[in-house]
Ligand binder design. Structure first.
Ligand code: PLP
Length: 399
């Protein structure tokens, strides 16, 4: 038996998603830009999916731009705003705990834009190791040079929920007659897992990915509030001239079906409360069974997503533990998936104030709506035994 507790594997595409994608591949493969009947049939499926995604987010279908995933949505949001805005607004405010899709893009923009002057300011997190952004410290960073503030909705490594409503409200309050300060949120970890209603929040742009809510990989969306000006980063006539390239019709349709299923699941809060209880039970078992462990990130339920836990096993090498867990049928991850293969501790955990010896031995376990109590009890048992085994072998323990 394999127990999937890796954020990138636990969200298996739903059977309805697979069936709809298969149907697109086998029966409706025409290009939705073609005027013939087959093309228009594909167009209709794309537009139905757009409606489904807009209902999940709480916006209008025209405000949805389909992309290849959150990384591209983020790129379009950030570079698109900088490209369309006035030349004297070239500052981005973000945080040190963003996914690398935001962090690395911002770094590359600064390096690539000397001397054109793009500047990035990083808002700190609170000093309590929670990894929650300090809104009080972000506020003084906002001035008339700021084009965009980008803060994630929930953290991919710890599940920490960020005060995005406050940050968005600050952007609105500080927007002046000489231009708007736009607010973008990377909501990849949030959308499909928590109810979302962008129209009622001070959000101008939002990025998300289908595979985080049981849709396919390689499909995502950018919400751009009506009136927000973006310079396309991929040129072409598709997506109302905002994103060029023939649409990934199976991916888009799969995302639409996943959005409908997620919306139905989200109607009843007991589903997510049940999984949060399984997560808490797992944490309690590991804390009781392994000496010297810590939970990284906020501990208050209201400040963390129901599906994530990040546990520090100090002085242990995360990669060694991951491999042993994998051998025993538990798939977990160390920090962001992209860090696997590298022994560097997660920059997000370090930015949260977690000491390197703890960050180095930290693992993330992600649950999904499919996770069962039996799986979590078994996973806790395997984690406890594996840590004991590794701690008994000096090779895997950092000194
Ligand atoms: N942002 C966050 C918070 C994520 O967790 C991820 C992926 O895990 C991304 C962005 C990038 O998403 P994608 O790989 O679908 O482009």
């Amino acid at each position: 038996m394999t127990i999937y507790l890796d954020n990138n594997a636990t969200t298996r595409p739903a059977p309805e998603v697979v069936a709809a994608m298969r149907e697109m591949l086998e029966e409706s493969w025409a290009n939705p830009s073609s005027v013939h009947r087959a093309g228009q049939a594909a167009r209709q499926r794309v537009e139905l999916a757009r409606q489904s995604v807009s209902r999940l987010l709480g916006c209008t279908p025209r405000e949805i731009i389909f992309t290849s995933g959150a990384t591209e949505s983020i790129d379009l949001a950030i570079r698109g705003v900088l490209g369309a805005g006035p030349p004297d607004r070239k500052t981005i405010i973000t945080t040190a705990i963003e996914h690398e899709a935001v962090r690395e893009l911002c770094n590359s923009l600064v390096i690539g834009s000397l001397p054109s002057g793009i500047r990035v300011r990083s808002a700190p997190v609170r000093g309590d190791r929670s990894g929650v952004v300090d809104v009080g410290a972000l506020e003084p960073l906002i001035d008339d040079s700021v084009a965009l503030v980008s803060v994630q909705w929930a953290n991919n490594e710890t599940g920490a929920i960020q005060p995005i409503e406050q940050v968005g409200a600050l952007c609105r309050a500080r927007s002046g007659t000489n231009g708007e300060i736009l607010f973008h949120t990377d909501a990849t970890q949030w959308v499909g897992r928590m109810p979302t209603d962008v129209a009622r929040l001070p959000i101008d742009l939002l990025s998300c990915s289908a595979h985080k809510f049981h849709g396919p990989k390689g499909a995502g969306a950018l919400y751009a509030r009506r009136g927000v000006r973006l310079r396309p980063t991929l040129r072409g006539t598709q997506e109302l001239d905002r994103r060029g390239g023939t649409e990934n019709t199976p991916g888009i349709v799969g995302m639409g079906v996943a959005a409908d299923l997620a919306r139905a699941w989200l109607e009843d809060a007991s589903g997510r409360e049940h999984i949060a209880e399984l997560r808490d039970r797992f944490e309690a078992a590991v804390l009781a069974g392994v000496p010297d462990v810590r939970i990284n990130g906020p501990t208050a339920r209201a400040e963390r997503l129901w599906n994530t836990t990040n546990i520090a096993f100090p002085r242990l090498e995360a990669e060694a533990l991951l491999l042993l867990l994998s051998e025993r049928g538990v798939c977990a991850s160390a920090g962001a998936a992209c860090s696997s293969g590298s022994l560097n501790p997660s920059p997000v955990l370090l930015a949260m104030g977690i000491p390197p010896e703890e960050a180095h031995g930290s693992l993330r376990f992600s649950l999904s709506l499919e996770t069962t109590r039996a799986e979590m009890d078994e996973a806790a048992r395997i984690v406890i035994e594996s840590v004991a085994r590794l701690r008994g072998s000096s090779r895997a323990v950092l000194t």
